[in-house]
Design a protein. Structure first.
Length: 322
């Protein structure tokens, strides 16, 4: 698999505009390969992986997090870290993989991650954030990016300190989710604050938060973002990015999914998950993923119930008798 240079990635971002974002527990190589089959994003993220897992996880865990499908396009691998030594060592391992971008997570709101001084807690420690990004740049020849959140309407007021830290470290790309780490998804994204970052940073910015239609993508492009990240909306709809790109005039193609085909893609997704771990892992994923694959279906409730009652993959397959 090809490794893309910064210029090639920037060209792709300007051409395709949309990046598939990271979703822990979802963005493994099976999910990503389905995205690549039905859409052409600028690049796709893997799920956040702690440097400890990269350095000393079991071989099964490592294979789940570090596998790459041969059909994938440019891949961004996201790490969670607050330790420069571990970061450098983890980059050494990632350098062996066909990964074009290494991203550091500075937005995760999960308590366990924040307690380790990782994820969004790095936003309150701009010097450490800057040092981690510099360490990554010194430890890899791949592009380096960071995914952050704005301070929003909180009293945190870190935006300008983070801007200085990022200017000092100069990552190749900055992804900005327009919410504070305390905000739920019911709080609207703060586009004026993303615009402030775009204006002040002088680095390519990818806006993130609630994009799922051509218009919602345009809102980010209109404030100067080079690209837009879509995370949740593509789950169960790997064709969504292509359909949005059609609405933006980027491609002539779109994909009109029908029930039987969605079901087949769902089964393929689940059966391939069984191959990377086991039937239990695949079924647990099926119980969560089915609601996304059946968005808008009239027979949704009945099917959700049948899928969640399935105890084997065979039972799962026979629950979709159309
Ligand atoms: C289940 C779930 C898992 C997520 N995992 C990650 C992750 O591993 N790394 C990350 O930076 N963001 C993660 N996010 C945040 C999303 O990537 C994204 O920033 C957020 O959902 C807003 O974008 P969206 O409206 O397009 O989903 C996760 C979100 C959800 C709901």
């Amino acid at each position: 698999m090809k490794i893309y240079s910064k210029q090639q990635l920037l060209d792709r971002l300007r051409q395709f505009r949309i990046v598939q974002g990271p979703l822990a527990g979802v963005s493994n190589h099976i999910f990503r390969s389905l995205i690549w089959r039905y859409s052409q994003p600028a690049w796709v993220y893997g799920e956040m992986t702690s440097c400890k897992t990269i350095l000393s996880g079991s071989s099964q865990i490592k294979s789940r997090f570090l596998s790459v499908d041969p059909g994938e396009g440019p891949l961004c691998f996201q790490i969670a870290s607050s330790d420069v030594n571990e970061t450098a060592l983890a980059c050494d391992t990632i350098n062996q993989l066909p990964v074009s971008i290494i991203d550091i997570n500075a937005g995760c709101p999960v308590k366990k991650i924040r307690q380790r001084k990782q994820g969004s807690s790095l936003l309150a420690a701009p010097d450490l954030l800057s040092n981690l990004i510099k360490t990554m740049k010194n430890s890899t020849d791949r592009c380096v990016s960071v995914k952050i959140r704005v301070d929003g309407t909180s009293d945190d007021r870190y935006n300008d300190r983070v801007i200085k830290a990022l200017q000092d470290a100069s990552p190749d790309f900055v992804v900005i989710h327009g919410r504070n780490y305390r905000d739920g998804y019911d709080i609207p994204c703060n586009l004026p604050q993303i615009k402030h970052f775009v204006k002040e940073l002088g680095l390519p910015v990818i806006g993130n938060g609630d994009a799922n239609t051509p218009d919602s993508v345009r809102h980010f492009l209109n404030i100067g973002c080079e690209g837009v990240m879509i995370s949740r909306a593509s789950v169960g709809a790997p064709w969504l990015i292509q359909n949005i790109q059609k609405g933006l005039g980027i491609t002539d193609n779109d994909f009109k999914p029908h029930t039987e085909l969605c079901w087949e893609i769902f089964l393929e997704h689940i059966n391939r998950l069984a191959m990377i771990q086991d039937e239990r892992f695949a079924l647990n994923n099926a119980y969560g993923l089915i609601k996304y694959y059946t968005k808008g279906w009239p027979q949704k409730e009945d099917l959700l119930q049948k899928v969640r009652q399935a105890k084997t993959l065979e039972q799962l397959e026979s629950s979709g008798n159309f």
